[in-house]
Design a protein around this ligand. Structure first.
Ligand code: SOE
Length: 393
């Protein structure tokens, strides 16, 4: 291993830009055992990837992701592409001895996720590490919530209430982009944003989702084709055609957790006015904790041990140097944003790689999320309570 961690990133759209910000910033914010180097980025469009490399700060660019994996001067492959390509790229990278960071959800199917988790377990035996990018774990308030739950501050957990609400496809004229096509995205709101609250609640509570009762809905069944999706349909040759939406617009489910808590989950892209409203509340025998991403520098805490005259939800401003990750940033009260979650993610990844330790969430952890997604889909289809398989089989 060089003194640097030399990164090759695949994909440069929204997630590629977020990860680039993280790789660009991490050396400057944290004292790290290895410094990240943005060696090369790949993407399908020659002009697009050249422009992205210049804008985002990559040394080189290519249209061939396989060439990144073949290079001796790249240590880690960062996968920021749609879900249908995650398995192929991750498997090739791990086989070539490259560490891997893969965006969530890990894959489009349980079969792919299982193959990736198996390959990652094998690679780990020779010190090659894989991690899945559930960035919201790295919001300081969420990390603090986990610490407080683990420290017993709210006692035995009874309820978990999780929502991830967006509204970017409320307009029926919004086009049939890749996130609305099952063959590319695997699922809709369920895998894209539901996966985040599944991971976050399992992370915060230390409990796994054991069984689910779900429903899914697709409100707008057809949408205008894009130039890319029109390629699929002769009827759309003039650019005016409609194509089928093949994923869920919303997914709701009840769940039982293996530690005895009961939970509700709601993931939707139709919550008009809610842009990126990720909320998790946990009620325990001794108190409650609540997080809302739209107020991400805060954590609400209700302490039932206080005298009744003093009880009530208090607001912890998560900007103190002794809060997770914060010492690297600004003085108390100044706050941080969305991009910092990715910087924290790559910081933790670099630390784990340098220490020769499994970074988390591992591909096995992400497979467990995929198994929940799969159980939710099956439950919605069958209208039955459905048991979540364990990744450890
Ligand atoms: C789109 O719905 C999206 O970009 C998700 O894919 C991300 O994971 C989430 O952080 C924001 O919304």
């Amino acid at each position: 291993m060089s003194e640097q961690l030399r990164v090759g990133m695949v994909g440069y759209a929204f997630m590629g830009a977020a990860h680039s910000t993280a790789w660009r910033t991490v050396n400057h914010a944290f004292d790290l055992p290895l410094s990240a180097r943005m060696t090369a980025v790949s993407g399908r469009s020659p002009e697009g990837v050249a422009a992205a490399a210049a804008k985002l700060g990559w040394d080189e660019h290519t249209t061939d992701w396989r060439s990144l994996i073949e290079r001796d001067d790249i240590d880690l492959i960062d996968i920021c592409t749609p879900g249908d390509t995650h398995a192929e790229i991750a498997l090739a990278a791990l086989a070539a001895g490259k560490h891997v960071l893969c965006e969530k959800p890990l894959a489009n199917t349980v079969a792919e996720a299982r193959e990736m988790a198996d390959a990652a377990a094998q690679a780990a035996t020779s010190g090659v590490w894989a991690m899945c990018g559930f960035n919201y774990r790295r919001v300081p308030a969420v990390a603090l919530m986990r610490q407080m739950v683990a420290g017993g501050r709210i006692g035995t957990i009874r309820h978990v209430r999780a929502q991830y609400l967006q509204d970017w496809i409320v307009d029926p004229s919004f086009p049939l982009v890749w996130r609305l096509r099952k063959e590319l995205a695997g699922s809709g709101a369920l895998g894209d944003i539901g996966a985040h609250i599944i991971d976050m609640t399992q992370f915060v509570t230390g409990q796994s989702i054991a069984s689910v009762s779900a429903l899914t809905e697709t409100f707008i069944k057809q949408r205008p084709l894009t130039a890319e999706s029109a390629g699929l349909s002769a009827a759309a040759a003039d650019g005016s055609g409609l194509g089928d939406v093949t994923v869920d617009d919303a997914a709701l489910f009840l769940a039982r957790l293996d530690g005895g808590a009961v939970a509700t989950y709601e993931a939707t892209r139709f919550a008009t006015g809610r842009k990126n409203a990720l909320r998790v509340e946990v009620n325990g025998s001794l108190g409650s904790l609540a997080f809302d991403f739209e107020r991400q520098n805060e954590l609400e805490f209700y302490d039932a041990a206080l005298p009744s005259a003093e009880q009530g939800f208090s607001r912890i401003l998560v900007t103190e140097a002794d809060h997770p990750y914060i010492a690297a940033w600004w003085p108390p009260g100044h706050g941080i944003g969305y991009e910092h979650t990715f910087t924290h993610e790559v910081r933790d990844l670099i630390e784990a790689i340098a220490a020769g330790q499994q970074p988390t969430p591992s591909f096995a952890d992400a497979l467990q999320v995929q198994l929940v997604l799969d159980a939710v889909s099956r439950s919605a289809e069958s209208a039955q309570w459905t048991t979540v398989e364990s990744a450890l089989q």
